[in-house]
Design a protein around this ligand. Structure first.
Ligand code: FAD
Ligand code: SF4
Length: 496
């Protein structure tokens, strides 16, 4: 009998090796690794989400008739060895893992690898696409995907005549104080949830699971239906907005399921296409969402494989400040925007894209936080974290640690941007218009310091040179630099 080894981010009957398996020919192996649990300071909702989903999926395969060996072991390699010793399978099949280290391990252990179908563009196809061009812009990749996959196409042209409706999707939160976005679905916790929580609590931090994140395919499919029917028509306009009134706005909250296989990208996009065809969703919303999934998501996946393993260690801006204690819950902050973003992470192991990029990421960038430490922290604290998605998004897009291979400009901003796109600044102890003084907004101070500090790198970058010049025109630049040094110390000491 053969074995199919299923990893914790491959939890779907239709994925790779498992799609080809049957109870009469294959036993299924899962390894729950103690080393993995001990490897990071995990947010409990992140660890609970993955482990419960694994155990539930194992039960579903048992119910289908599979003999499942669900093994608790010190490491993945140990679990594999114990399984082979006990069952002597004729072969251990595995779907290509989603991480560089996972793939190397599978090769080392002699597993037979089945091509992964968890993404719509395999990394070999992405590499071939890269070979055909000099620059690798996301927008070009996205259009190539649209044409190839046929989403929102009218023959060779995009439906509605436009490839991209992004310009319509930059509204701040509604000024009337409303919060029109439907509440996310919740599930009651069951005995399995409670068993997992009891098993992992001692290793984890953060607020306990409360049913926000589904841990089965059936419940994930309910989340997809809810998103497409009730939320998608509102997706888009407030994609870049942040508000104290809602932690989710019209974001889909589907990334965790896509990232561990409970949902597949093709079925998610098919559901969106159907809703669009039925006239239930405006083109800008459908296009905005499809772009995220077949564009951004698959683009960072392809870049990860194209640029690893060096990519995981890049630090072109020589950023070396330690991770601030406010990130790890060892300090509070008076910065309203940061308090909200980190409060959301603590409450649900989730912050939406703009909080990740323009609050947590932006602050880390302009304060010069070590990008690898930030990546590791996010990886452990976000329910949808994984190396393949974190390295390009955090090291590349948000921290510019790759020197601009992924993003052509650094995502740095002062308090003015955050004020424009959120309602955070009104209730804040700091003044977003000030760059010096005790109540100066730390974003504003650090932003100008960042531009001046990186003059050599950005002075000739056409997308940022103007800001660099503006920094040197500030009459109080010396004071700004002094205040920035103070702010960094306060951040390091948890006093900001
Ligand atoms: P929506 O706003 O509803 O977007 C729809 C879907 O598009 C998401 O579910 C996701 O699958 C996909 N998507 C959109 N943008 C990206 C992107 N840049 N990269 C990959 N997928 C994308 N995404 C993760 O899945 N895991 C992470 O650990 C992660 N870390 C991030 C860290 C930083 C600093 C930044 C800037 C972005 C990160 N992202 C990550 C991308 C993006 O922020 C999340 O995918 C998104 O916020 C998830 O919430 P959602 O499902 O509600 O997204
Ligand atoms: Fe954030 Fe500055 Fe606005 Fe306060 S004033 S919420 S620190 S951007």
């Amino acid at each position: 009998m053969k074995t199919v080894w299923v990893l914790g981010d491959q939890l779907n009957r239709r994925i790779g090796a498992l799609a080809e398996a049957a109870p009469s020919t294959h036993r299924v192996l899962f390894v729950e690794s103690r080393a993995k649990l001990a490897s990071k300071a995990w947010h409990i909702q992140r660890a609970h989400f993955v482990i419960t989903s694994m155990r539930r999926f194992a039960d579903e395969l048992r119910a289908e008739g599979f003999d499942v060996d669900y093994r608790f072991a010190d490491s993945l390699a140990d679990g594999h060895r114990q399984h082979v010793d006990e069952y002597a399978p004729t072969e251990v099949d595995a779907t290509e893992p989603l991480s560089w280290a996972g793939r190397a391990l599978m090769h080392r252990l002699g597993c037979s690898m089945v091509r992964s179908n968890q993404f719509l563009c395999h990394y070999d196809d992405f590499a071939a696409w890269m070979k055909t061009r000099k620059s690798f812009k996301m927008e070009d990749f996205y259009r190539w995907q649209r044409q190839r996959l046929g989403y929102l196409m009218d023959g060779d042209d995009p439906v509605g005549g436009q490839w991209n409706y992004d310009a319509d999707n930059r509204e701040p939160p509604p000024k009337d104080g409303s919060s029109p976005w439907p509440a996310p679905l919740l599930d009651e916790l069951d005995d399995l949830d409670r068993e997992v929580i009891a098993d992992i609590s001692a290793h984890c931090h953060g607020e306990a699971p409360a049913g926000v994140w589904a841990t089965s395919r059936t419940a994930a499919l309910r989340r997809l239906d809810h998103f497409v029917n009730d939320v998608l028509p509102m997706f888009g306009p407030h994609e870049d907005a942040m508000t104290t009134r809602s932690w989710h706005l019209a974001h889909s909250l589907l990334s965790p399921y896509l990232n561990i296989g409970l949902l597949l990208p093709g079925e998610v996009c098919d559901a969106v296409q159907r809703a669009f065809d039925a006239g239930r969703v405006p083109v800008a919303s459908a296009e905005g969402f499809i772009r995220q999934v077949i564009g951004w998501r698959e683009y960072v996946w392809g870049l990860y494989w194209a640029w690893m393993p060096e990519y995981a260690g890049v630090n072109e801006l020589d950023a070396s400040e330690p991770l601030p204690p406010v990130f790890t819950g060892r300090a509070d902050t008076k910065m309203n925007c940061l308090a909200h973003a980190l409060g959301d992470v603590n409450a649900r192991a989730y912050a939406h894209h703009i909080q990740r990029l323009m609050v947590i990421g932006n602050l880390s960038l302009i304060a010069g936080i070590d990008p690898r430490a930030l990546t590791d922290w996010m990886w452990a604290n976000f329910v949808d974290g994984a190396e393949w998605v974190m390295v390009p998004n955090v090291m590349g897009m948000s921290q510019f640690a790759d020197g601009g291979r992924m993003a052509t400009k650094p995502y740095a901003s002062g308090g003015a941007y955050i004020d424009r796109m959120s309602d955070y600044c009104k209730g804040c102890a700091y003044d977003r218009t000030k760059r010096v003084g005790d109540d100066a907004c730390p974003f504003t101070t650090l932003y100008w310091d960042f531009m001046a500090r990186h003059e050599t790198r950005f002075g000739r970058n056409p997308r940022v040179a103007q800001q660099v010049r503006a920094a040197f025109k500030l009459k109080d630049l010396d004071e700004v630099r002094e205040r920035a040094a103070e702010v960094k110390v306060m951040l390091r000491e948890g006093r900001l």
